[in-house]
Design a protein around this ligand. Structure first.
Ligand SMILES: [Mn+2]
Length: 350
């Protein structure tokens, strides 16, 4: 049986049976991370509260989940957090990510799906680390316009949100200096456990790393050439061929086209359509293995009011799909089509 036949039949079975293993617990642990120091633009720290106000967690409750909201994490201030090499705010980000890692590990061990609302993408050093501590066999799907795998020495900007994966991948440690604040990070992933989808803006070192370490990578070029369904089949096959590994989905809102998610710090044209973005979430949800989700880089203070609303709307649609909301419709387990006779019960004629 060829790989595509086997992964295709596994995916078909998953789509039909529908009830995700971990999602069957119906418990979601939500963590707000109002953090923005991994990149230069203020506003991204307001996203967790704005997403709550927009109704994201209510939506999950309506879908039948028990939502445990752990609120927004509070972070220690480091007044003298000067750069190490060119890396900006290493101590603040290091201490925050350590805290995030501990919370995500705890939430995962409780059997809850950890949903982390950012904040900028630097927080994923913490979420991926914590998830991997609880689920060592985990794999990672990184949906983003950028690959965020720059090494500190190669990064042109010094912003940690573009270096996340170099801190986490075991094979890349020879490129990573000792950074104050980051000493606690245990590289917990192999480059072969990572799959990228949606990339379209890569620095030279990032492209080199992806090629040298043969990292599974579907840029927008491959999405255009192959179609999103084949991209998902192949991406899942390469990191999770038997669909038996826990999945961490790190969803950067800038993976989507700025037409549907304009309020983000580093928008890049030519991104995923909302349909492709939803398809990715639906397919990964259907595997039943999705146990950790990050939603990052929503910046509700950028753009017009309409841009901001649209970005929040898009984010809520994507997260709904991650938790099993299907465009073909969802039927609750004990649902019965109502008949006129039953519908009359409760009405009294006077
Ligand atoms: Mn990113």
């Amino acid at each position: 049986m060829s790989f595509s036949t086997s992964i295709r039949s596994l995916l078909t079975a998953a789509r039909v049976s529908g009830v995700p293993r971990r999602l069957a617990h119906r418990d979601v642990g939500v963590l707000g991370v109002p953090f923005c120091k991994g990149q230069p633009r203020p506003g991204v720290a307001q996203a967790p509260q704005r997403l709550r106000d927009y109704g994201m967690l209510k939506k999950l409750e309506t879908m039948g989940y028990r939502v445990h909201d752990y609120g927004d994490l509070q972070f220690q201030e480091f007044p003298d957090d000067y750069p190490a090499w060119n890396i900006k705010y290493p101590r603040s980000i290091g201490a925050s990510c350590k805290k995030i890692s501990n919370v995500v590990e705890e939430v995962t061990e409780k059997g809850q799906v950890a949903l982390t609302l950012g904040g900028d993408h630097s927080l994923s050093i913490g979420t991926v680390h914590g998830h991997a501590m609880a689920e060592p066999n985990m794999c990672l799907i990184w949906v983003d316009a950028h690959s965020d795998i720059n090494t500190p020495m190669a990064s042109p900007s010094g912003n940690i949100h573009g270096m996340v994966l170099s801190f986490l991948a075991k094979e890349l440690q020879k490129y990573v200096p000792r950074v104050p604040g980051m000493e606690w990070v245990k590289p917990c992933l192999s480059t072969k456990d990572i799959a990228f989808i949606g990339l379209r803006d890569l620095d030279p070192a990032e492209r080199c790393i992806i090629e040298q370490y043969n990292i599974t990578c579907y840029t927008m070029h491959e999405v255009d050439r192959m179609g999103i369904h084949r991209v998902l089949e192949e991406a899942l096959h390469s990191v999770n061929p038997n669909l038996d590994r826990p999945i961490h989905l790190s969803y950067d809102i800038d993976s989507l086209d700025p037409a549907v998610s304009p309020s983000t710090g580093t928008p890049v044209p030519g991104g995923l359509s909302i349909r492709e973005g939803m398809y990715i979430a639906e397919e990964i949800a259907a595997t039943g293995q999705l146990t950790g989700i990050d939603l990052v880089e929503v910046n509700p203070e950028l753009g017009s009011k309409q841009d901001q609303e649209l970005t929040l709307f898009t984010a809520c649609e994507i997260i709904g799909a991650c938790f099993g909301k299907r465009r073909k419709g969802n039927v609750p387990e004990d649902y019965v089509i109502p008949t006129p006779a039953e519908s009359m019960e409760g009405f009294t004629s006077s």
